[in-house]
Design a protein around this ligand. Structure first.
Ligand code: MSP
Length: 530
């Protein structure tokens, strides 16, 4: 199930390269938030990480959109790509590379790759006839279409009939190699339901697919025939490879593949599974390259049961959401509330209820009231204890010690909601423990030893929760850590790499005895229903 090959000290993860037909919506933000959480988790445990995102800027869809706005395609792309970047800043996405498919470096990589596949004899000229969905940039089988020849994913879009000469990639030749790949590496496609979809698709027999277009200027010229441009998907998938180039190195495949290849994980939505799990491994095999390690296809964010999307125009504006509610609340809701892999609906009422209950009440109040007691009863310091001094029957110690393995395992299988659920069991148990133990009464009775046992175990449980939630809510975790007296900023990659020792921090009981605590301030203010 795991996306990590534990023997490698590097970890490269990608989001899709987003189409720039419009500004990002919450669906694009969803994949990116998940990728950022995985990247932060792997950085936390000491890996050298490359988080790749970017934009997919060629093809008919983009050309038409630019025309609609009366802009040159490149001008349009520049504008929208900047919009993606601005959203990633707002959402606190700590990406390492932003790959744009219109860059000249990318052109060099695509052309070199084309040549390899061409020389292998896997590209040939033939006639393409079929129904094309410009929004998907994909040919559809007649049997897949809704009535009135509409695309099943973009039900407001009519597919267009095409009958033209295209170059084709010999996908059919790779049928048995792909089947062997899926058998030998059962983890290659996750989750299981997506794997089954792919197996069933492939078992019906693979057909060659067209990799060039005529009558379309907005793309790279086919190096072996200037009358054609390269199909946008052939070009886009290679954007992942271009992203691996160091900024100052020559754009060659050899340079790009040196350090980070094969990429560990492609995070994508289920609509683009075939491209990543069938076409892409076949293309790589044809070019003589190792296949990427894992493809995870998550579900859709829906509104009234329909996929939210730019093409359908039923989206939520993520910029507006972040402006109103802040990055951590949004990140938390989507990663905790929607089982990664399944579809999920966004409801503003539910969103507000959940973040108020979990972040403001359960976690925020817990820290706040415990800190205040520590200020009063322990002179503003962590009690003079460590985890081993806490009695074995302490319920928080018991739960906390199990989480050091369990939560990392949840992250490894990309089950963010499970990670949150596990951690909030500890948080809720801590609240219950304080209520039951009533340190204020223990203090009055003069039982300072018991007070210290309670406060240490609660503060430590908050610390461990903040640590393991930091990939999802880095700002709140940083505030919690600072109030606990650490000078750790979970948004500072260098600091995390150099000074945070994962194997210590991940264990319940590592809060340093006597550490001077910071000032108690709310880490998350309750949101109001609008
Ligand atoms: N450009 C291609 C990807 C090329 S990767 C080499 C593309 N772009 S996209 O902008 O249309 O979609 C990007 C991602 O956003 C896809 O993974 C898609 O599944 C995801 N989402 C788009 N709408 C979505 C929802 N409503 N919900 C969740 N994710 C969705 O496809």
């Amino acid at each position: 199930m795991s996306h990590t090959d534990t023997n490698r000290s590097t970890f490269a993860v990608t989001t899709p390269l987003y189409y720039v037909n419009d500004l990002p919506h919450i669906g694009s933000a969803y994949t990116t938030m998940a990728a950022d959480a995985v990247a932060r988790f792997e950085r936390l445990r000491g890996k050298s990480v490359l988080l790749i995102t970017g934009t997919d800027e060629h093809g008919q869809k983009i050309q038409r959109t630019a025309q609609k706005y009366g802009l040159k395609p490149q001008e349009h792309c520049d504008k929208v790509a900047a919009g993606f970047d601005a959203l990633w800043q707002k959402l606190n996405i700590d990406y390492d590379r932003f790959s744009r498919t219109t860059s000249t470096r990318h052109e060099a990589i695509v052309k070199e790759f084309w040549q390899r596949v061409w020389q292998k004899g896997d590209i040939y000229l033939s006639q393409q006839q079929g129904w094309y969905c410009v929004s998907c940039e994909e040919f559809k089988e007649e049997r897949e279409l809704l009535k009135d020849k509409r695309c099943p994913i973009h039900s407001n879009v009519e597919v267009e009939w095409r009958d033209e000469q295209n170059y084709f990639f010999r996908l059919s030749k790779y049928q048995s190699q792909l089947e062997a790949l899926y058998q030998e590496r059962p983890d290659f496609i996750q989750p299981e339901s997506r794997r089954n979809e792919v197996l069933s698709f492939v078992s019906q027999g693979l057909q060659d697919f067209s990799v060039s277009r005529v009558n379309l200027d907005w793309g790279f010229r086919v190096p072996t025939d200037a009358n054609h441009t390269i199909y946008v998907w052939f070009d886009a998938l290679l954007g992942y490879v271009t992203a691996l180039l160091d900024p100052d190195s020559e754009p060659t495949l050899e340079n790009a593949l040196k350090k980070w290849w094969p990429i560990n994980l492609h995070l994508i939505g289920k609509d683009i599974l075939r491209f990543h799990a069938v076409y892409w491994p076949a293309m790589l095999t044809s070019a003589g390259l190792p296949v990427t390690e894992q493809v995870f296809g998550h579900g859709f964010l829906t509104k009234d049961g329909q996929k939210m999307g730019k093409s359908l125009g039923n989206t939520l504006d993520p910029v507006d959401l972040v402006n109103r509610y802040g990055a951590d609340a949004i990140r938390y809701y989507f990663l905790k509330e929607i089982e990664f892999g399944r579809d999920g609906d966004f409801s503003e009422t539910r969103f507000i209820d959940i973040v108020n209950a979990d972040l403001a009440n359960d976690l925020g109040n817990l820290l706040n009231r415990t800190l205040k007691m520590a200020l009063k009863y322990c002179d503003g310091r962590v009690p003079n204890l460590n985890g081993d001094d806490i009695l074995a029957d302490n319920p928080l110690k018991k739960i906390g010690r199990e989480l050091s393995d369990r939560v990392p395992q949840s992250y490894e299988k990309l089950s963010f909601s499970e990670a949150c659920r596990e951690l909030f069991i500890l948080v809720r148990a801590s609240n219950k423990f304080i209520d039951e133990q009533a340190p204020w009464s223990l203090y009055k009775q003069g039982n300072l030893t018991a007070v210290e046992q309670v406060l240490y175990s609660v503060l430590e449980s908050v610390r461990l929760s903040a640590y393991l939630l930091s990939p999802i809510i880095p700002n709140i975790s940083t505030d919690i850590y600072q109030q606990l007296g650490f000078s750790i900023d979970f948004n500072d990659q260098n600091l995390i790499r150099n000074s945070v020792n994962y194997s210590t921090q991940v264990v319940w009981g590592s809060l340093p005895a006597n550490q001077k605590l910071g000032e108690a301030k709310p880490v998350f203010s309750r949101l109001e229903q609008s």
